[in-house]
Design a protein around this ligand. Sequence first.
Ligand code: ZN
Length: 377
Amino acid sequence: MNSDPLLRLLADLVAIPSVNPMGRGRTGAGYSENDVAVCVEAYLRAHRVDCRLTEVAPGRPNVTAFVDAGADTTLLLEAHTDTVNADSMTIPPFIPEVKNGRLYGRGSCDTKGSLAAFLHGVCSHLDAGCRLRFNVMIVAAADEEYQFSGALHAVAGGLKADFAVVGEPTLLHIVRAHKGVTRWRIVTRGVAAHSAYPERGENAIYAMGRVLGRLEAYGTSLRGSPPHPLLGPPSFSAGVIEGGEAVNIVPGRCTLEVDRRTLPGETAAQVLGEAAGVLGGLGGWSFDPPHLSVPGMEVSVESPAVRFLSLALRDVCGETQVEAAQYATDAGVYNGAGIPAVVFGPGDIAQAHTAEEWIDIENLHAAAAVIRRLIQH
Ligand SMILES: [Zn+2]
Protein backbone atom coordinates (compact mmCIF):
# COMPACT_ATOMS: atom_id res chain seq x y z
CA MET A 1 0.00 0.00 0.00
CA ASN A 2 2.82 2.39 0.89
CA SER A 3 4.31 2.23 -2.61
CA ASP A 4 0.96 3.30 -4.07
CA PRO A 5 0.12 6.84 -2.94
CA LEU A 6 -3.44 6.75 -4.30
CA LEU A 7 -4.23 3.50 -2.52
CA ARG A 8 -2.58 4.84 0.64
CA LEU A 9 -4.76 7.95 0.48
CA LEU A 10 -7.93 5.92 0.01
CA ALA A 11 -6.99 3.60 2.89
CA ASP A 12 -6.38 6.63 5.11
CA LEU A 13 -9.81 8.05 4.23
CA VAL A 14 -11.59 4.72 4.80
CA ALA A 15 -9.86 4.27 8.17
CA ILE A 16 -11.52 7.47 9.43
CA PRO A 17 -15.20 6.77 10.21
CA SER A 18 -17.49 9.49 8.86
CA VAL A 19 -20.90 7.90 9.20
CA ASN A 20 -23.80 10.19 8.46
CA PRO A 21 -25.99 10.38 11.60
CA MET A 22 -29.04 10.60 9.27
CA GLY A 23 -31.00 12.66 11.78
CA ARG A 24 -31.11 9.77 14.27
CA GLY A 25 -29.33 11.60 17.06
CA ARG A 26 -26.12 9.61 16.79
CA THR A 27 -23.17 11.70 17.96
CA GLY A 28 -19.42 11.42 18.43
CA ALA A 29 -16.39 11.70 16.18
CA GLY A 30 -17.35 8.73 14.02
CA TYR A 31 -20.67 10.36 13.18
CA SER A 32 -19.31 13.50 11.56
CA GLU A 33 -17.24 14.42 8.52
CA ASN A 34 -14.83 16.50 10.60
CA ASP A 35 -11.88 14.09 10.90
CA VAL A 36 -11.97 13.06 7.27
CA ALA A 37 -12.17 16.75 6.28
CA VAL A 38 -9.07 17.44 8.36
CA CYS A 39 -7.33 14.54 6.58
CA VAL A 40 -8.29 15.97 3.17
CA GLU A 41 -7.08 19.41 4.26
CA ALA A 42 -3.72 17.98 5.38
CA TYR A 43 -3.35 16.08 2.10
CA LEU A 44 -4.04 19.20 0.02
CA ARG A 45 -1.71 21.37 2.10
CA ALA A 46 1.04 18.74 1.82
CA HIS A 47 0.69 19.20 -1.94
CA ARG A 48 0.76 23.00 -1.56
CA VAL A 49 -2.90 23.44 -2.47
CA ASP A 50 -4.62 26.11 -0.41
CA CYS A 51 -7.95 25.09 1.10
CA ARG A 52 -10.39 25.89 3.84
CA LEU A 53 -12.95 24.20 5.99
CA THR A 54 -16.41 25.73 6.27
CA GLU A 55 -18.99 24.30 8.65
CA VAL A 56 -22.24 23.15 7.12
CA ALA A 57 -23.50 22.24 10.60
CA PRO A 58 -21.61 22.13 13.91
CA GLY A 59 -18.65 19.75 13.49
CA ARG A 60 -19.61 18.96 9.90
CA PRO A 61 -17.41 20.89 7.46
CA ASN A 62 -16.96 21.03 3.72
CA VAL A 63 -13.40 21.31 2.41
CA THR A 64 -12.98 23.74 -0.48
CA ALA A 65 -9.80 24.23 -2.50
CA PHE A 66 -9.12 26.39 -5.51
CA VAL A 67 -6.21 26.05 -7.90
CA ASP A 68 -5.97 29.17 -10.06
CA ALA A 69 -4.50 28.36 -13.46
CA GLY A 70 -5.32 31.78 -14.85
CA ALA A 71 -7.79 30.06 -17.18
CA ASP A 72 -11.18 31.37 -18.31
CA THR A 73 -12.94 28.19 -17.30
CA THR A 74 -13.30 26.66 -13.86
CA LEU A 75 -13.91 22.96 -13.30
CA LEU A 76 -15.47 21.82 -10.06
CA LEU A 77 -14.49 18.36 -8.80
CA GLU A 78 -16.78 17.32 -5.95
CA ALA A 79 -17.12 14.18 -3.86
CA HIS A 80 -18.85 13.65 -0.53
CA THR A 81 -17.02 12.70 2.64
CA ASP A 82 -19.85 11.01 4.56
CA THR A 83 -20.83 7.34 4.37
CA VAL A 84 -23.87 5.31 5.33
CA ASN A 85 -23.68 3.44 8.63
CA ALA A 86 -21.73 0.22 9.10
CA ASP A 87 -24.19 -1.54 11.44
CA SER A 88 -24.83 -4.52 9.21
CA MET A 89 -21.35 -4.89 7.72
CA THR A 90 -19.77 -8.34 7.83
CA ILE A 91 -16.19 -7.06 7.47
CA PRO A 92 -14.30 -4.63 9.72
CA PRO A 93 -15.70 -1.37 8.29
CA PHE A 94 -12.84 0.95 9.18
CA ILE A 95 -9.80 -1.33 8.86
CA PRO A 96 -9.15 -1.10 5.14
CA GLU A 97 -7.96 -4.38 3.66
CA VAL A 98 -6.43 -4.95 0.24
CA LYS A 99 -7.29 -8.35 -1.23
CA ASN A 100 -7.74 -9.73 -4.75
CA GLY A 101 -7.20 -6.37 -6.39
CA ARG A 102 -9.81 -4.71 -4.19
CA LEU A 103 -9.79 -2.38 -1.23
CA TYR A 104 -12.48 -3.28 1.33
CA GLY A 105 -14.13 -0.97 3.88
CA ARG A 106 -17.08 1.37 4.44
CA GLY A 107 -16.92 4.26 1.99
CA SER A 108 -14.27 2.66 -0.24
CA CYS A 109 -16.74 2.64 -3.12
CA ASP A 110 -19.26 5.32 -2.02
CA THR A 111 -17.51 7.60 -2.36
CA LYS A 112 -14.08 7.94 -0.81
CA GLY A 113 -12.73 6.16 -3.91
CA SER A 114 -13.88 9.07 -6.06
CA LEU A 115 -12.59 11.57 -3.52
CA ALA A 116 -9.15 9.93 -3.43
CA ALA A 117 -9.00 9.65 -7.23
CA PHE A 118 -9.90 13.33 -7.67
CA LEU A 119 -7.42 14.52 -5.04
CA HIS A 120 -4.61 12.32 -6.32
CA GLY A 121 -5.37 13.13 -9.96
CA VAL A 122 -5.05 16.86 -9.34
CA CYS A 123 -2.18 16.78 -6.84
CA SER A 124 0.00 14.35 -8.81
CA HIS A 125 -0.46 16.58 -11.85
CA LEU A 126 0.61 19.68 -9.88
CA ASP A 127 3.51 17.83 -8.23
CA ALA A 128 4.81 16.90 -11.69
CA GLY A 129 4.89 20.61 -12.52
CA CYS A 130 2.30 20.21 -15.28
CA ARG A 131 0.06 23.04 -16.40
CA LEU A 132 -3.69 23.06 -15.95
CA ARG A 133 -6.21 23.55 -18.69
CA PHE A 134 -8.87 24.85 -16.27
CA ASN A 135 -8.91 26.47 -12.87
CA VAL A 136 -9.80 23.61 -10.58
CA MET A 137 -12.06 23.87 -7.58
CA ILE A 138 -12.22 20.86 -5.29
CA VAL A 139 -15.08 20.41 -2.84
CA ALA A 140 -15.13 17.53 -0.36
CA ALA A 141 -18.73 17.85 0.75
CA ALA A 142 -20.49 16.78 3.94
CA ASP A 143 -23.91 15.15 4.24
CA GLU A 144 -24.72 13.76 0.81
CA GLU A 145 -26.24 10.56 2.15
CA TYR A 146 -29.03 12.30 4.07
CA GLN A 147 -29.87 15.89 3.17
CA PHE A 148 -27.33 17.02 0.53
CA SER A 149 -26.62 19.92 2.86
CA GLY A 150 -22.89 20.12 2.02
CA ALA A 151 -23.59 20.77 -1.66
CA LEU A 152 -26.52 23.06 -0.80
CA HIS A 153 -24.24 25.02 1.55
CA ALA A 154 -21.54 25.33 -1.13
CA VAL A 155 -24.07 26.64 -3.64
CA ALA A 156 -25.66 29.02 -1.11
CA GLY A 157 -22.15 30.37 -0.42
CA GLY A 158 -21.91 31.53 -4.01
CA LEU A 159 -19.72 28.76 -5.43
CA LYS A 160 -18.97 29.49 -9.07
CA ALA A 161 -17.77 27.02 -11.70
CA ASP A 162 -18.40 26.49 -15.39
CA PHE A 163 -18.93 22.77 -15.15
CA ALA A 164 -18.63 20.02 -12.59
CA VAL A 165 -17.78 16.37 -12.13
CA VAL A 166 -19.46 14.85 -9.08
CA GLY A 167 -17.83 11.67 -7.78
CA GLU A 168 -19.99 8.61 -7.25
CA PRO A 169 -19.35 4.99 -8.20
CA THR A 170 -20.38 4.90 -11.87
CA LEU A 171 -17.75 2.37 -13.09
CA LEU A 172 -16.21 5.30 -14.99
CA HIS A 173 -19.38 5.80 -17.01
CA ILE A 174 -20.61 9.36 -17.41
CA VAL A 175 -24.03 9.83 -15.83
CA ARG A 176 -25.65 12.83 -17.51
CA ALA A 177 -29.17 12.45 -16.10
CA HIS A 178 -30.64 11.22 -12.86
CA LYS A 179 -33.84 11.50 -10.90
CA GLY A 180 -34.33 13.79 -7.94
CA VAL A 181 -36.09 13.00 -4.69
CA THR A 182 -38.51 14.82 -2.39
CA ARG A 183 -39.30 13.34 1.02
CA TRP A 184 -41.85 14.58 3.50
CA ARG A 185 -44.15 13.48 6.31
CA ILE A 186 -47.91 13.27 6.14
CA VAL A 187 -49.69 13.62 9.48
CA THR A 188 -53.21 12.58 10.39
CA ARG A 189 -54.71 13.86 13.61
CA GLY A 190 -57.65 12.39 15.44
CA VAL A 191 -58.94 12.45 19.00
CA ALA A 192 -57.49 10.06 21.58
CA ALA A 193 -59.94 8.07 23.70
CA HIS A 194 -60.20 4.88 25.75
CA SER A 195 -60.28 1.97 23.32
CA ALA A 196 -63.37 0.56 25.10
CA TYR A 197 -65.21 3.68 23.88
CA PRO A 198 -63.85 4.14 20.36
CA GLU A 199 -66.93 6.17 19.40
CA ARG A 200 -65.70 8.91 21.75
CA GLY A 201 -62.48 9.37 19.73
CA GLU A 202 -61.36 9.78 16.18
CA ASN A 203 -58.86 7.17 15.05
CA ALA A 204 -55.83 8.76 13.33
CA ILE A 205 -54.65 5.36 12.07
CA TYR A 206 -57.93 4.75 10.26
CA ALA A 207 -57.59 8.23 8.78
CA MET A 208 -54.08 7.35 7.59
CA GLY A 209 -55.45 4.12 6.15
CA ARG A 210 -57.74 6.15 3.88
CA VAL A 211 -54.78 8.36 2.93
CA LEU A 212 -52.68 5.27 2.20
CA GLY A 213 -55.32 3.82 -0.11
CA ARG A 214 -55.26 6.95 -2.23
CA LEU A 215 -51.45 7.08 -2.19
CA GLU A 216 -51.10 3.48 -3.31
CA ALA A 217 -53.32 4.21 -6.31
CA TYR A 218 -51.29 7.37 -6.96
CA GLY A 219 -48.03 5.37 -6.98
CA THR A 220 -49.55 2.89 -9.42
CA SER A 221 -50.83 5.66 -11.69
CA LEU A 222 -47.39 7.30 -11.79
CA ARG A 223 -46.02 4.17 -13.45
CA GLY A 224 -48.26 4.92 -16.39
CA SER A 225 -47.39 8.63 -16.59
CA PRO A 226 -45.34 9.95 -19.53
CA PRO A 227 -41.80 8.56 -19.21
CA HIS A 228 -38.62 10.60 -19.47
CA PRO A 229 -36.61 9.22 -22.42
CA LEU A 230 -33.63 8.32 -20.21
CA LEU A 231 -35.20 7.92 -16.77
CA GLY A 232 -38.64 6.46 -17.32
CA PRO A 233 -41.61 7.59 -15.23
CA PRO A 234 -41.42 9.21 -11.78
CA SER A 235 -42.27 7.08 -8.75
CA PHE A 236 -43.77 7.23 -5.28
CA SER A 237 -43.23 5.08 -2.20
CA ALA A 238 -44.65 5.13 1.34
CA GLY A 239 -41.69 4.24 3.56
CA VAL A 240 -42.19 4.66 7.32
CA ILE A 241 -45.41 4.74 9.32
CA GLU A 242 -45.76 5.54 13.02
CA GLY A 243 -48.91 5.93 15.06
CA GLY A 244 -50.57 5.10 18.33
CA GLU A 245 -49.29 4.98 21.88
CA ALA A 246 -50.89 1.82 23.26
CA VAL A 247 -53.41 -0.72 22.11
CA ASN A 248 -55.99 0.49 24.64
CA ILE A 249 -55.91 4.07 23.37
CA VAL A 250 -57.65 5.28 20.21
CA PRO A 251 -54.70 6.87 18.40
CA GLY A 252 -54.74 10.65 18.16
CA ARG A 253 -51.90 10.94 15.67
CA CYS A 254 -50.24 8.99 12.86
CA THR A 255 -47.35 9.99 10.60
CA LEU A 256 -46.25 8.59 7.27
CA GLU A 257 -42.89 9.36 5.63
CA VAL A 258 -43.03 9.27 1.87
CA ASP A 259 -40.51 9.36 -0.97
CA ARG A 260 -41.30 10.77 -4.41
CA ARG A 261 -38.66 10.28 -7.12
CA THR A 262 -38.83 13.22 -9.48
CA LEU A 263 -37.92 13.81 -13.10
CA PRO A 264 -35.66 16.73 -14.10
CA GLY A 265 -37.77 19.88 -13.98
CA GLU A 266 -40.27 18.65 -11.37
CA THR A 267 -40.16 20.79 -8.23
CA ALA A 268 -41.00 19.93 -4.63
CA ALA A 269 -43.91 22.40 -4.72
CA GLN A 270 -45.37 20.69 -7.79
CA VAL A 271 -45.02 17.26 -6.23
CA LEU A 272 -46.66 18.27 -2.95
CA GLY A 273 -49.45 19.97 -4.86
CA GLU A 274 -50.00 16.82 -6.89
CA ALA A 275 -50.13 14.64 -3.75
CA ALA A 276 -52.52 17.09 -2.05
CA GLY A 277 -54.77 16.80 -5.10
CA VAL A 278 -54.75 13.02 -4.75
CA LEU A 279 -55.96 13.38 -1.13
CA GLY A 280 -58.65 15.90 -2.06
CA GLY A 281 -61.93 15.33 -0.22
CA LEU A 282 -60.30 13.39 2.63
CA GLY A 283 -60.10 15.27 5.89
CA GLY A 284 -57.78 15.23 8.87
CA TRP A 285 -54.41 15.14 7.13
CA SER A 286 -51.64 17.69 6.70
CA PHE A 287 -48.19 17.78 5.11
CA ASP A 288 -45.01 18.73 6.96
CA PRO A 289 -42.60 20.73 4.79
CA PRO A 290 -40.20 18.41 2.88
CA HIS A 291 -37.20 17.41 4.98
CA LEU A 292 -35.31 16.52 1.82
CA SER A 293 -35.61 17.81 -1.69
CA VAL A 294 -32.92 17.52 -4.33
CA PRO A 295 -33.79 18.10 -7.97
CA GLY A 296 -33.28 15.64 -10.77
CA MET A 297 -30.86 16.64 -13.48
CA GLU A 298 -30.16 16.26 -17.15
CA VAL A 299 -27.13 17.59 -18.98
CA SER A 300 -26.93 17.69 -22.77
CA VAL A 301 -24.43 15.44 -24.55
CA GLU A 302 -23.08 18.68 -26.02
CA SER A 303 -22.33 20.25 -22.62
CA PRO A 304 -18.67 20.81 -21.68
CA ALA A 305 -19.05 18.46 -18.73
CA VAL A 306 -19.87 15.54 -21.05
CA ARG A 307 -17.58 16.56 -23.92
CA PHE A 308 -14.38 17.17 -21.97
CA LEU A 309 -14.84 14.14 -19.75
CA SER A 310 -15.64 11.92 -22.77
CA LEU A 311 -12.41 12.99 -24.49
CA ALA A 312 -10.34 12.29 -21.39
CA LEU A 313 -12.02 8.91 -20.94
CA ARG A 314 -11.42 7.94 -24.54
CA ASP A 315 -7.72 8.78 -24.20
CA VAL A 316 -7.26 6.82 -20.98
CA CYS A 317 -9.72 3.93 -21.33
CA GLY A 318 -10.28 3.79 -25.07
CA GLU A 319 -14.04 4.10 -24.73
CA THR A 320 -16.69 6.14 -23.06
CA GLN A 321 -20.19 5.29 -21.93
CA VAL A 322 -22.78 7.98 -21.26
CA GLU A 323 -25.91 6.92 -19.37
CA ALA A 324 -28.59 7.78 -16.84
CA ALA A 325 -29.13 6.68 -13.23
CA GLN A 326 -32.10 6.38 -10.90
CA TYR A 327 -30.38 7.55 -7.70
CA ALA A 328 -30.04 11.21 -6.70
CA THR A 329 -26.65 12.87 -6.11
CA ASP A 330 -25.11 16.26 -5.32
CA ALA A 331 -25.03 16.81 -9.11
CA GLY A 332 -28.74 17.66 -8.89
CA VAL A 333 -27.88 20.52 -6.53
CA TYR A 334 -25.15 21.94 -8.81
CA ASN A 335 -27.29 21.65 -11.92
CA GLY A 336 -30.09 23.35 -10.01
CA ALA A 337 -27.67 26.22 -9.34
CA GLY A 338 -26.79 26.55 -13.02
CA ILE A 339 -23.52 24.60 -12.97
CA PRO A 340 -23.75 21.75 -15.51
CA ALA A 341 -22.63 18.69 -13.58
CA VAL A 342 -22.19 15.06 -14.50
CA VAL A 343 -21.60 12.12 -12.19
CA PHE A 344 -18.45 10.07 -12.65
CA GLY A 345 -16.21 7.92 -10.50
CA PRO A 346 -14.56 4.57 -9.88
CA GLY A 347 -16.33 1.56 -8.40
CA ASP A 348 -19.74 0.04 -8.95
CA ILE A 349 -22.94 1.36 -7.34
CA ALA A 350 -23.81 -2.31 -6.74
CA GLN A 351 -21.17 -2.33 -3.96
CA ALA A 352 -22.31 0.94 -2.38
CA HIS A 353 -23.98 0.64 1.06
CA THR A 354 -23.34 -3.15 1.14
CA ALA A 355 -22.18 -5.46 3.94
CA GLU A 356 -18.80 -6.04 2.21
CA GLU A 357 -18.22 -2.73 0.46
CA TRP A 358 -15.16 -2.73 -1.79
CA ILE A 359 -13.65 -0.96 -4.78
CA ASP A 360 -11.62 -2.35 -7.66
CA ILE A 361 -8.13 -0.85 -7.38
CA GLU A 362 -7.49 -0.83 -11.13
CA ASN A 363 -10.73 1.12 -11.62
CA LEU A 364 -9.60 3.55 -8.91
CA HIS A 365 -6.32 4.22 -10.73
CA ALA A 366 -8.08 4.63 -14.06
CA ALA A 367 -10.35 7.29 -12.51
CA ALA A 368 -7.34 9.27 -11.26
CA ALA A 369 -5.74 9.00 -14.73
CA VAL A 370 -8.94 10.28 -16.36
CA ILE A 371 -9.07 13.29 -14.01
CA ARG A 372 -5.42 14.01 -14.77
CA ARG A 373 -6.09 13.80 -18.47
CA LEU A 374 -9.17 16.03 -18.07
CA ILE A 375 -7.22 18.88 -16.44
CA GLN A 376 -4.06 18.51 -18.54
CA HIS A 377 -3.21 21.54 -20.65
ZN1 ZN B 1 -22.43 8.48 -2.66
